[in-house]
Design a protein around this ligand. Structure first.
Ligand code: ATP
Length: 456
């Protein structure tokens, strides 16, 4: 993990937020290469979930919504984690995570009394991860919703706050009728969106795995009640294939994990877990949610949210299955999967073997020497010709070995070098492959097509 965090900082993928002010807990910024990777992740997800699916449409709902939505969804009353404090160093910790570390099952869905009982039985084995002491306060449930004073100009806005959304899917549920009435979708169909979510996470110490501001990619699929579980199996399969085929993650680093303790309305819930450097942890949730969400919003809003089948005339509240994943967790899984150290001529080469279409930079262009204007001019000409088709980088800093090292560490699939043969002899450039490190001479006139084929 330390190596990954260090690479992300050193090479401009991820920066701690507000660093010059000493940082801001559990918030991170994406740097120049990070934003490219994050954008590529979102693009790949959108293409797979929306562009290539006739039955799924997109949405971009606002972060702020009517506060009643969070009452209807159950978040105001029940979106909480079990908080415990170390009496010695005053670190605030998640009791279910402390219990998990000593092999005892507990989760955030348990009530205060239930989890306190389990904790009391086992707390002599639990240790504070910060100071090692074993003295804890009783557990209390801490609500994760982040409050704001948006639109409230009084001093006691806290009594009637407006929430920053804790998940993006509520924006989908409340727009379900709008989508039905404005497009040609028919059940079964899905609505997908990518957007920011906010949670007052208690312990957030796993880099970008758990942050207080993060981005979710969610798809909610509306089904006939009798078809819910059939569609659920299809969705599980579809999402699994995405990680293997689209993101190129190694199969052995992924697994399914079934929720043993289901919320009362859920039919079934599985998570796709990834083997992060700190163990297998949730990457995505794929859940069958019954008709709970639309029933709740119908009740709280007074709107009829039922669906009438245009062929049979049957009227019912659709059942929803969902796929929900964070951009940050996908990012961390991709970097973890791709991080490779290789021994080359007695030295260690660090290379990010990211799937080519996800790489932040596709092609780096170098003149062999910085102080030879003819080489620099030719390299610039090539860079200018390629930059409209691929995310490219021009680099004439340091020696060629250092430039390769840098590009390997950010996962650039191809490096193009202009040397004396290019300008004096045969108009060819060398193209070096990130994974094999083999170099090929390619005619300048064929270069763009060559790269297009290799990157396809
Ligand atoms: P966890 O149990 O790890 O807290 P969760 O079950 O609360 O996750 P969901 O509410 O199901 O997570 O959210 C769906 C997805 O959103 C998660 O699978 C994860 O990829 C992402 N996600 C949730 N919370 C965070 C967070 N604090 N930081 C980054 N990503 C998150």
């Amino acid at each position: 993990m330390d190596k990954i965090v260090s690479l992300c900082k050193r090479r401009g993928f991820v920066f701690p937020s507000s660093e010059i002010y000493g940082g801001f807990a559990s918030i991170y910024d994406f740097g120049p290469y990070g934003v490219e990777l994050a954008n590529n992740i979102k693009k790949a997800w959108w293409q797979y979930m929306v562009q290539e699916r006739e039955d799924i449409v997109g949405l971009d709902s606002a972060i702020f919504m009517h506060p009643k939505i969070w009452e209807a969804s159950g978040h105001v009353a029940g979106f909480s984690d079990p908080l415990v404090e170390c009496k010695k160093c005053h670190a605030r910790l998640r009791a279910d995570h402390l219990l998990e570390d000593i092999g005892v099952f507990a989760d955030e869905k348990m009530g205060e009394e239930e989890i306190n009982k389990i904790f009391d039985e086992h707390k002599n084995k639990a240790k504070c991860p910060h100071c090692g002491q074993q003295d804890f306060t009783p557990i209390r449930k801490f609500n994760l919703l982040v409050k704001s004073n948006l639109g409230n100009f009084t001093d006691d806005w806290n009594k009637e706050p407006c929430y920053l959304r804790g998940e993006t899917c509520q924006g989908i549920y409340v727009n379900y009728k709008n989508v039905l009435n404005s497009t040609r979708v028919k059940i079964p169909f899905g609505i997908a969106q990518i957007g920011k979510a906010f949670r007052n996470e208690i312990t957030a110490r796993q880099f970008i795995f758990r942050t207080r501001e993060f981005e979710q990619m969610e798809m909610q699929y509306f089904t006939h009640p009798n078809e819910e579980m059939k569609e659920y199996e299809k969705l599980k399969n579809f999402r699994w294939q995405y990680y293997i085929e689209r993101l190129g993650l190694k199969k052995e680093n992924l697994r399914w994990s079934k929720h043993e303790n289901l919320v009362f309305y859920a039919k079934e819930a599985y998570d796709i877990e990834y083997r992060f450097p700190f163990g297998f942890k949730e990457l995505e949730g794929v859940h069958a949610r019954s008709n709970y969400d639309l029933t709740q919003h119908a009740k709280f809003s007074g709107e009829d949210l039922s669906y009438r089948d245009p062929k049979t005339g049957e009227k019912y509240i659709p059942h929803i299955i969902e796929s929900s994943v964070g951009v940050g967790r996908t990012f961390l899984a991709i970097i973890t999967d791709a991080y490779t150290e290789e021994e080359v001529n007695g030295e260690t080469r660090v290379v990010l073997k990211i799937k080519k279409d996800l790489s932040p930079i596709k092609v780096a262009v170098f003149p062999l020497l910085k102080n030879k204007p003819a080489l620099v001019d030719k390299a610039r000409e090539i860079f200018n010709d390629l930059k409209g088709d691929f995310m490219c980088e021009f680099d004439d800093n340091g020696n060629i070995g250092k430039r390769y090292r840098r590009q390997d560490e950010i996962g650039t699939p191809f490096c193009v070098t202009v040397d004396f043969d290019t300008i004096e002899k045969d108009n060819t450039v060398t193209v070096r492959d990130r994974d094999t490190m083999e170099q090929e001479r390619v005619l300048m006139g064929d270069l763009k097509q060559y790269l297009k084929e290799k990157l396809a």
